[in-house]
Design a protein around this ligand. Sequence first.
Ligand code: 5AD
Ligand code: FES
Length: 364
Amino acid sequence: MIDKILNKTTLDRDDIIFLLNLNTNDSTKLFEKSIEIKNKNIGNKVYFRGLIEFSNICEKDCFYCGIRKSNSNFKRYNLTDSEILDSAKFAYTEKYGSIVLQSGEISSCKFTNRIENLLREIKTLSNNTLGVTISLGEQSEKTYKKWFKAGAHRYLLRIETSSKDLYEKIHPKNKKHSFEDRLNCLKLLKETGYQVGTGVMVGLPFQTIENLADDLLFMKNLDIDMCGMGPYIEHEDTPLFRYKTKLLSPRKRFVLTLKMIAILRIIMPNINIAASTAMQAIDPIGREKALKIGANIIMPNITPVTFRNDYSLYKNKPCTNEEASDCKNCLEARINIAGSEIAYNEWGDSLHFTNKHKNKLSQI
Ligand code: 5AD
Ligand code: FES
């Protein structure tokens, strides 16, 4: 049965459910297939995105997230422009190729203008060579366009779950947390011209295997260019913590995330898939395991060390006490051991996106 499914040209919903339910032994076959597809389509290069989590101030109140507005049990921070630019410069001189600017969600004019300026400055300080991904939540079409024009070319906005029903269980019921708005933002981002990344959390309370299969099909239908998926990790200062006894074990959530990555690689062979930090929060070499079976992007944290402990979406975030350069060294060693090679000084755009646009141009 498994061999038959893995040899099909397209996987349907039932096939995906079957693969997500595989036992440990049979999962090896799934991973062999995803490794084969990865090597054939995108090779063994890993691209760096230096992650700058520049502020943990957030206007939203997601039930799973440690930096939600209602959590007053920790310190809020907001880096200065020069701290952000220093981090970007660090990424530039260390040949990371690209950065990701991420923060809690804020939509004020002051904030959107600030980001616009920062984007221009980052482009200037790196002689236009640093690729810039942003992950700044739901914004207006005008803002998305403004930031694109200022130099951001990739945008990450996780759908968190493609099930409206589950989405509403893990977010407050109000206008600020609308599933439809989230979907619309993904559409706007695509129309604006960004390489668009989305993703989900794996192992959420109330989440079923069917939900996860639908998440993968959702990404395929949306024709995304990039994906970041990670295991859900309960945070004691959030409303969802009360369901902690109902969750799969962290190990099971981790393995399920690996399966999600492997299946996504099979159904979308040339997109960029990130090995998320949350994987390392469960397994010390979790990200490397993800890279091995299908992911090709890693996002080393280059936020100045003093603030790193405060960007606590969940507990046990790794490397919060290390200098970014140490991280680079230890990552390099681990990635090489896992059989991959880091591509320094390259943007590492999604091949899926590049090919789509080549085809469009050739039709003109
Ligand atoms: N566990 C795992 N991932 C989380 N995120 C937020 N809170 C958690 C958590 N408790 C993820 C969300 C968000 C991304 C920035 O971090 O998917 O989109
Ligand atoms: Fe900040 Fe969800 S709590 S975006």
